[in-house]
Design a protein. Structure first.
Length: 116
């Protein structure tokens, strides 16, 4: 049974940086794309970034290009989201997700709070 666990969230000042991790256990992620989503209070969950199996192709929400970078370390079975120049509007719970054998797997989320 695949499990995803996010970590690395916290409180940071505007302009600061955080690196989120999505660690997988129970199965290997190396054959699957992994995506990051976020959900701010009172808002719908939105896609942040997605990486293919070898990060050959990565996609970002237009508003995040140039500030967020997704990467993966298949040896550690972990996907990262480097977030730079954080803004208060980036405050949200961040989730990672993969689809394996037609089933969605989500982590529990990690809270990111950016103060102005």
């Amino acid at each position: 049974q695949l499990q995803l666990v996010e970590s690395g969230g916290g409180l940071v000042q505007s302009g600061g940086s955080l690196r989120l991790s999505c660690a997988a256990s129970g199965s290997s992620l190396d054959r699957y794309a992994v995506a990051w989503f976020r959900q701010a209070p009172g808002k719908e969950r939105e896609g942040v970034s997605c990486a293919t199996t070898r990060s050959d192709v990565t996609n970002y929400a237009d508003s995040l290009k140039g500030r967020f970078t997704i990467s993966r370390d298949n040896a550690k079975n972990t996907v990262y989201l480097q977030m730079n120049d954080l803004k208060p509007e980036d405050t949200a719970v961040y989730f990672c997700k993969t689809i394996m054998l037609r089933r969605d797997y989500w982590g529990q989320g990690t809270q990111v709070t950016v103060s102005s």
